[in-house]
Design a binder for this molecule. Structure first.
Ligand code: SF4
Length: 159
């Protein structure tokens, strides 16, 4: 099996204190037509699975769907599902069945988030839970994957 891991954009609309992804400029990146060519190259190489790690893929808006329409390489899409982007594009994107797997950062449990929900990572976890809820209710055949980054704050929740 040959796996690829791609960053379809390095940009991100969030502004987490420990990260400078919000400073990346669009002009420095491949455009959506380039990404269609990239996917064609991945296919030619025999890639079986493409993990699209972000940073925030929904920033490509409707172009993301166009890219994936010609992507026959099975893939998972990692996203932090910022509500202003996810709510705008999700129905169109999921309705067409162009996504196999939604992957989100899920560093905190729901029980923790009921008590504390103001840090950058907590807000991301809330948006991830909301996105999974949407997918499970409206597109139950799409796989959901929670990616947990274990750290000093959340390791006690592992059990
Ligand atoms: S969500 Fe991730 S990529 Fe975006 S600013 Fe926060 S840490 Fe950086």
């Amino acid at each position: 099996m040959i796996l690829a891991c791609t960053y379809i954009t390095r940009r991100c609309p969030r502004n987490c204190a420990y990260c400078d992804a919000s400073k990346v400029r669009k002009e420095e990146e491949l455009d959506w037509l380039d990404w269609i060519r990239v996917n064609g190259i991945l296919r030619e190489l025999g890639v079986n699975f493409n993990l699209i790690l972000g940073n925030e893929s929904w920033l490509l808006g409707k172009k993301l769907k166009r890219i994936m329409e010609v992507n026959t390489v099975p893939y998972a899409l990692y996203t932090t599902c910022p509500p202003e982007l996810f709510i705008t594009y999700r129905d169109d994107f999921f309705r067409e069945g162009s996504i196999d797997n939604l992957s989100c950062g899920l560093d905190y449990s729901l029980s923790h988030l009921q008590k504390s929900h103001s840090s950058d990572i907590e807000k991301k976890s809330i948006n991830a839970w909301q996105a999974f809820e949407y997918v499970r209710e409206t597109h139950p055949f799409v796989d959901c994957q929670g990616t947990v980054t274990i750290n000093r704050q959340n390791f006690k929740q592992l059990p």
